[in-house]
Design a protein around this ligand. Structure first.
Ligand SMILES: Cc1ncc(C[n+]2csc(CCOP(=O)(O)OP(=O)(O)O)c2C)c(N)n1
Ligand SMILES: [Mg+2]
Length: 532
């Protein structure tokens, strides 16, 4: 007779083998057969809303370099999580999302908690989704989802009906439709770079644009090597969600604008824009005209086909960017050029005079003075972002994290996951008050699980960026200010310590205290800084 194990036993084995030690979730009755009595080496991390659950898992995956596992409750949980799943997809973060479902033996009757077409509910955002055809295929689907998430870098979804977990799986070769191990070897051959080498050799005034795809120690080193060889400026892509280059490097030139006209002006004297780890020139509000001037060539190096294939460039190279930059640097002659730093950062503003209010620039400048070089700054403060980008130099890989697609609610949750995955790293989230309000439930998780991240809130009491945009359109915003929102009190209600800051002295003292011993912190702290 063939020995059998249950679906659940097999899945637990597969998760262990995949190095999974935590499952993020918000459970419901359809998941109890899976989650009940989980072995202690698979810690369950409870989030009180599915948005922050997936956001935390996303930060955790970035910090650990492995897919995070999430468990969601049928349509209710998945529906709440869709936006966070979209953020993970657009941020290229691997997640395995297991979604509960009614028992397949009665699905046709649509009993209570039946989810409709759950494998399609998140639309195109998962990199892979499946509703296994039988219980016996569930372990294989989860094993494959771990690979799909890693290889395609995004969320992979597996729908698991509640009755499946206790079903038997034959312990026989071939029962799991996925490899035991995967050696992913995206190598770069010198011959394959001939066209790119030619393009770069033919340019006399190149510029490099970096993005998420070079945010790693190897990526930073390789781009620095290439930029130094070419003595050329390096720009961070528009709406960056990660830093692709050390921002204290003398060749760092700053962040790109999103208007075509500004891009054309900026690159007017550049004859080659080389975008690595990014499609390069990201747009926002429509602005007529070409992306670049006629004399500027454009090349894109990306490991992602979708990024490369939609780029209106002269040459797209589909390959790992760090390896390409390292090889390329080795093939090029040393050029002479730029002396001294390309970017000037603004001086700190004078503290407010008597009767003047604290501004966000004071907060950002005070933080810039205090952040240690290996800090991870999680940014979600829309109207303050220009101050942040101009004043704070990111000095270590994964030192900057923001949502990739503009949706709010990721920042607070992402910071928690990041700190859980790198428990001694200083993690500071700088959040707009409106943005923080999207995922405040995460603070409960941070407090409960002893996560020492620091959340600094730009407390302007309104959606300032929308007010500015309405003003620029010559219209009045119909949304009220929310001065009465007291995030420090809400944080305390969720078990998270909080401080309120209204003066410059209080600001400096609060940041000193928050950052002192931040590596050893075992509880979160929210600092609500009231600014004009
Ligand atoms: C999920 C989601 N809903 C709505 C928006 C639209 N939105 C963009 S910025 C913004 C206001 C942000 O307010 P706050 O965090 O207080 O930052 P401030 O504008 O005050 O700097 C909103 C609502 C969004 N980006 N994401
Ligand atoms: Mg605000």
């Amino acid at each position: 007779m063939i020995a059998t194990a249950t679906v659940r036993d097999e899945v637990v084995q597969i998760l262990r083998r995949g190095g999974v030690t935590r499952i993020f979730g918000n459970p419901g009755s359809t998941e109890i057969p899976f989650l009940g009595d989980l072995p202690p080496e698979l810690e369950f991390v409870l989030g009180l809303h599915e948005g922050p659950v997936v956001g935390m898992a996303t930060g955790y995956a970035l910090a650990t370099g492995r897919p995070s596992v999430v468990n969601l409750h049928t349509h209710a949980g998945l529906g709440n999580a869709v936006n966070a799943i979209a953020c993970a997809r657009d941020g290229r973060v691997p997640l395995v999302v297991i979604v509960g479902q009614q028992d397949r033996r009665q699905l046709a009757l649509q009993p209570f908690l039946t989810g409709r077409s759950l494998d399609r509910l998140a639309g195109d955002y998962p990199v892979w989704s499946t509703f296994p055809a039988s219980a016996a295929e569930v372990p294989g689907a989860i094993a494959r989802a771990l690979y799909e998430a890693s290889v395609h870098r995004g969320p992979a979804l597996v729908i698991v009906p509640m009755g499946d977990w206790d079903e038997a799986v034959p312990e026989e070769r071939g029962a799991i439709a996925a490899p035991d191990e995967l050696a992913h070897v995206p190598a770069v051959a010198d011959e394959a770079l001939a066209e790119l080498v030619q393009l770069v050799e033919a340019s006399s005034s190149p510029a490099i644009v970096v993005g998420t795809g070079t945010d790693s120690a190897a990526g930073w080193d390789a781009v620095a090597g290439l930029a130094e060889r070419l003595a050329c400026p390096v720009w961070q892509d528009t709406f960056s969600s990660r830093a692709g280059f050390p921002q204290d490097h003398p060749l760092f030139a700053g962040h790109l604008p999103w208007r075509r006209s500004e891009l054309r002006d900026l690159f007017a004297d550049v004859d080659l824009v080389l975008a690595v780890g990014t499609p390069g020139l990201r747009l926002y509000v429509y602005d007529p005209g070409p992306l670049l001037g006629a004399a500027t060539r454009f090349a894109v190096v990306s490991e992602f086909a979708d990024e490369a294939l939609r780029s209106p460039c002269d040459l797209a190279v589909l390959a790992p960017p760090a390896a390409v930059c390292a090889r390329l640097a080795g093939r090029l002659e040393q050029r002479g050029g730029a002396d001294g730093a390309l970017l000037r950062r603004p001086p700190a503003p004078a503290p407010p005079a008597k009767g003047e209010p604290l501004r966000d620039a004071h907060l950002v400048a005070a933080l810039a003075e205090r952040l240690p070089p290996d800090a991870a700054l999680v940014e979600e403060a829309p109207s303050t972002r220009p101050e942040i980008l101009s004043r704070i130099a990111i000095r270590s890989p994964l030192g900057f994290l923001a949502v990739a697609n503009g949706s709010l609610g990721f920042g607070l949750a992402g910071a928690i996951g990041l700190r859980m995955g790198q428990p001694n790293r200083p993690v500071v989230a700088l959040l707009g008050d409106g943005s923080a309000a999207y995922s405040l439930q995460g603070l409960w998780t941070a407090a409960h699980y002893g996560v020492g991240a620091v959340f600094v809130v730009v407390g302007n009491g309104r959606y300032a960026v929308l007010d500015q945009l309405a003003q620029a359109h010559g219209v009045a915003g119909v949304w009220p200010a929310f001065d009465s929102l007291d995030l420090a009190t809400v944080a305390e209600g969720l078990g998270c310590a909080a401080e309120r800051v209204t003066t410059h002295d209080e600001l400096e003292n609060a940041l000193d205290r928050a950052l002192d011993g931040i590596r050893e912190r075992t509880e979160p702290l929210l600092v609500d800084v009231r600014v004009a």
